[in-house]
Design a binder for this molecule. Structure first.
Ligand SMILES: Nc1ncnc2c1ncn2[C@@H]1O[C@H](COP(=O)(O)OP(=O)(O)OP(=O)(O)O)[C@@H](O)[C@H]1O
Length: 338
């Protein structure tokens, strides 16, 4: 009899998803595979438009129904394939087993309800508890996320709070039912630098206390270096490199990763953005399956890179890269971009 192998907390296998635009379907992510182990922090980096949010919304099964869908692949959370779950089953799973926080909490919080109402709703969704107990838990949750006057904040509305406070509330809502996995999509991008540092510290503390895993989507390589155990680099809807954080920073392989690392500002600058690589990620209506998607911007591109699609291959144990430069099937390399 075939034995199924024990799965990691999250296993995504060959996930492809995209959008219908003007009656034509376009892939926004293609063949994305990743694993997140219990208590691990996995970072996903890449420039704007490379598919990070589409990937996380696909995992949560929150892609907009009117024009988006998952076309293929599997998403196993604790061995259960989420792609086979109904909307009702997903409502049970979201918040309880897997939660998400977003870049701009104002879009996730409902402006017409008080913080107390929204936080206790999250508890009622998964627990049978009295109103009084829910209130007590809400107070404790706000304290856990560093809100010093929880009783006052529970009575307030989202617009009355600062950006940092709103993100703390979102984190409280996300951890209310003790999920094993938190997807944090650019959780600090909308905040100023000092508040960013506080929120990241809070996330680290909570991750440690709750023994929770985090899939952290970010533009910020400084955040990756500080928080992550393992990193996936995405470009134009595909994973182009994946490895542990030390190897990514000290021995990157893909020219795109090298360029990202090269774009980190030095000492005097505090923000690390990824905007100094010439050119942009192509829009999904222009993504080609001929050749490497980074070839046009790649300083090391060869003639093969223009016409042969590279596969994501293990280059050394624990280090996968999607680049013909590391593919021994293509030994004759003539540079085209010099
Ligand atoms: N609702 C939508 N309809 C059509 N195309 C979309 C939609 N949402 C995203 N896209 C496209 O899908 C591609 C991937 O977008 P995605 O938001 O996942 O990128 P990202 O890496 O998260 O970028 P950012 O860092 O700016 O959030 C982009 O080309 C984007 O324009």
């Amino acid at each position: 009899m075939l034995q199924s192998h024990p799965r990691d907390l999250l296993e995504v296998e060959n996930l492809s998803a995209g959008f219908t635009i003007d009656n034509q379907f376009y892939h926004a992510i293609r063949d994305v595979s990743l694993k997140v182990k219990k208590r691990e922090v996995v970072g996903v980096v890449g420039e704007s438009g490379c598919g990070k949010s589409v990937m996380s919304l696909s995992i949560m099964k929150l892609l907009p129904k009117e024009n988006a869908c998952i076309v293929s692949g599997e998403i196993y959370l604790n061995g259960l394939d989420l792609t086979k779950k109904t909307d009702k089953q997903m409502d049970e799973i979201r918040g309880k087993n897997i939660s998400m926080i977003f870049q701009e909490p104002m879009t996730a919080l409902n402006p017409v309800f008080s913080i107390g109402f929204q936080l206790t709703e999250v508890l009622f969704n998964h627990l049978t508890i009295s109103k009084r107990e829910a209130n007590e838990r809400a107070v404790a949750l706000l304290q856990q996320v560093g809100i010093s006057r929880p009783d006052k904040v529970l009575k307030e509305y989202p617009h009355q709070l600062s950006g940092g406070m709103r993100q703390r509330v979102m984190i409280a809502m996300a951890i209310a039912n003790h999920p094993q996995l938190l997807i944090a999509d650019e959780p600090t991008t909308a905040l100023d630098v000092t508040i960013q540092a506080q929120i990241l510290e809070l996330l680290t503390e909570i991750q440690d206390q709750k023994e929770m895993a985090i899939l952290l989507i970010t533009h910020d390589l400084g955040v990756v270096a500080e928080l992550c155990d393992y990193v996936l680099v995405m470009y134009a809807g595909e994973i182009i490199e994946k490895t542990d954080v030390e190897r990514l920073f000290y021995a990157p392989k893909h020219p795109y990763t090298e360029a990202l690392l090269g774009s980190i500002p030095k000492l005097e600058q505090t923000r690390h953005t990824l905007d100094s690589i010439p050119g942009v990620v192509p829009p999904l209506t222009k993504l080609s399956d001929i050749g490497c998607r980074f070839a046009d911007r790649c300083p090391k591109a060869t003639t093969d890179c223009q016409c042969v699609k590279p596969e994501l291959k293990e280059n050394e144990p624990g280090h996968d890269v999607r680049c013909l430069l590391y593919d021994t099937s293509y030994p004759n390399k003539t540079r085209v971009n010099t």
